[in-house]
Design a protein around this ligand. Structure first.
Ligand code: SF4
Length: 435
């Protein structure tokens, strides 16, 4: 097994320069997430949990040959020249990625290569027994209530389209509606709106499965701004119905997280009363100009200042550390509106992180996947550089430590070798001695 220069030299540079403050697992995970993975060969006979396309495609490439093939939802990588502890990584298909998974049965199974350099041994996300079962209405549990993060998180995207697209004001990094259309072509049972009955049914199957290791669920979906199309239901009416039914039937079984738009305290009280424990209302990108350009729907229907105010106000409803807005780390460097330099991008997002962290909010980030089916993808964007992610990780943890914040709830375990959160390395990057 050879190791080559180029990509590996870049990785080694960052590990050598920042390895004292940041573990290799976190640095390598960010590099894989940002660039995606190519698969040389995947046996369909194998027992692994395939990508469920639970909300977005999270693929750089979404051609027919990708969508119709079964790829793992996540992989774990361990051992190899960096002596990696088990590192769980969301699979983002990129046919031209320098990261390639190869099948080498004579050498123990799947292996990850960076170009032709061996990086570690690969396992695929395990297939849970409940994923193969059906609800009473005949829907697949994998479609209705897939689990991600190695089985830790039940992902309930109950409306798999977003009404911002209808006004051409969707977030520029988002491919939710095209993911829905692509999946509908490949799987006629893939539905845009799920029913409360199917959700309760699927959760009952998961609850009674011996191999379930779920600790939390996320209730989410696209933004609802046109109540007429939802029989007069507002966004809050719609999601509260699911929450009430789930909490009435399974109270205390899983930690609940709700991802919706930024709402007033009155609406948030309804979510809280219905059983929401963690409130996510994603901010995406901090810079004012970029927020308006990259999130035109959020700007138009709520507005940046109001969105910020509602995040801060939400702490009074849900409590300190239970409001967790997401940033899409890396879009600050996207063309045509983004910053020119990595440091400007990191400094801008750090300003937002600090603003929220100083007020009992714990913002987190996911690593931007430049799907070709999103607006930014169509403009030819590719991923942000590794240097950006290394600096963002360092800054996030520096600020988290400065404000003496806890490990956020609802994200599973923290630290190298333990983290299950698969779409950025912020949970892997916790230092073992601080946990
Ligand atoms: S709010 Fe933005 S990111 Fe969320 S689903 Fe709608 S367009 Fe996508």
């Amino acid at each position: 097994m050879n190791r080559n220069k180029g990509c590996i030299a870049e990785l080694d540079y960052f590990i050598e320069k920042y390895g004292v403050s940041l573990n290799s697992e976190a640095i390598i995970k960010e590099d894989i997430l940002r660039q995606g993975i190519a698969f040389e060969e995947v046996s369909h006979e194998e027992n692994f949990s395939g990508k469920s396309y639970f909300i977005f495609s999270f693929n750089v490439d979404n051609d027919g040959d990708v969508i119709n093939k079964k790829y793992p939802e996540e992989i774990s990588v361990e051992n190899g020249p960096y002596n990696l502890q088990r590192t769980i990584i969301s699979v983002r298909i990129n046919k031209t990625s320098p990261y390639i998974v190869k099948y080498e049965p004579e050498d123990g199974g799947y292996k990850l290569y960076l170009e032709d350099g061996y990086m570690g041994d690969v396992s695929f996300s395990p297939e849970k027994s409940y994923m193969l079962k059906k609800t009473e209405s005949g829907k697949s549990v994998r479609d209705v209530a897939p689990t991600i993060e190695w089985g830790y998180l039940i992902y309930l995207a109950v409306f798999r389209m977003c009404q911002y697209f209808e006004n051409h004001t969707e977030c520029a990094f988002c491919d939710m509606n095209s993911n829905y259309l692509n999946q509908k072509k490949a799987n006629k049972n893939y539905s845009a709106v799920k029913s409360v009955e199917d959700i309760i049914n699927a959760l009952s199957v998961i609850e009674s499965s011996e191999d379930s290791s779920a600790g939390a669920y996320t209730l989410t979906g696209g933004s609802i701004i046109d109540e007429v199309k939802f029989k007069g239901d507002t966004e809050i009416d719609f999601y509260v119905r699911f929450l009430e039914a789930i909490e009435e039937r399974f109270k205390g079984r899983w930690l609940s997280k709700v991802v919706v738009q930024a709402h007033t305290q009155k609406n948030l009280m309804r979510l809280k009363s219905a059983g929401a424990y963690i409130y996510h209302t994603n901010f995406e990108v901090w810079d004012k100009n970029l927020f308006e350009k990259i999130c035109p729907g959020k700007s138009k229907f709520i507005g940046r200042d109001e969105w910020i105010k509602r995040i801060v106000d939400a702490v009074e409803v849900f409590g300190e550390y239970k409001v967790i807005p997401n940033f899409v780390g890396g879009v600050e460097l996207s063309k045509p509106f983004g910053f020119e330099s990595i440091d400007e991008a990191v400094n801008s997002t750090a300003e937002g992180l600090e603003f929220f962290m100083s007020q009992g909010v714990i913002p987190r980030y996911t690593t931007w996947c430049p799907e070709k089916t999103s607006k930014l993808g169509k403009l030819g964007n590719s991923s942000a550089p590794l240097e950006y992610y290394v600096k963002l990780l360092l800054k996030w943890h520096e600020l988290h430590y400065k404000y003496n914040l806890p490990v956020p709830e609802g994200y599973g375990s923290a630290g190298p070798g333990k983290a299950e959160f698969s779409v950025s390395a912020f949970m892997d990057a916790f230092k073992v001695e601080t946990l």
